[in-house]
Design a protein. Structure first.
Length: 132
């Protein structure tokens, strides 16, 4: 059973399995790869939280999902997972050119292995990425 790495208060409602970042006020926010202010991703949450709730953040290890919550990576076992718009976890095909790409881990049947990569790259799938 995976246990949370740490807890932080949320600054907005967070629904379901989402990649999250820390805001300048030391509160939790859904990450957004199109905004340098909502990166880097510091972990994943798996429950529903209202603004001001204390959220459990997971940063490493096997992460089981319930049916339907892995819809953006279902069928992609072994593929890398990234934080997409609004903290939605996606495969590389779910990323848009110009976003900051940060690897969260890998998909497997029924869940994901969380293994955060601290490096963020930008660029399109067809162009060489640059580090920022």
């Amino acid at each position: 059973l995976l246990t949370p790495t740490f807890y932080l208060s949320t600054v907005e409602a967070i629904s379901g399995i989402r990649a999250v970042c820390i805001t300048s006020g030391n509160t939790l926010l859904r990450s957004h790869p199109g905004s340098g202010l909502q990166l880097p991703i510091i972990g994943v949450v798996k429950d529903n939280y209202a603004s001001g709730d204390l959220a459990a953040i997971y940063t490493q290890g096997p992460f089981l999902t319930t049916s339907g919550l892995d819809s953006t990576w279902s069928g992609f076992a072994g593929r890398g997972l990234f934080g997409g718009s609004g903290g939605v976890i996606v495969t590389l095909s779910g990323m848009i050119s110009g976003m900051g790409y940060q690897r969260l881990g890998f998909a497997y049947s029924g869940g994901m292995i969380i293994n955060l990569d601290p490096q963020i790259t930008s660029g399109g799938v067809g162009s060489p990425p640059g580090t920022f």
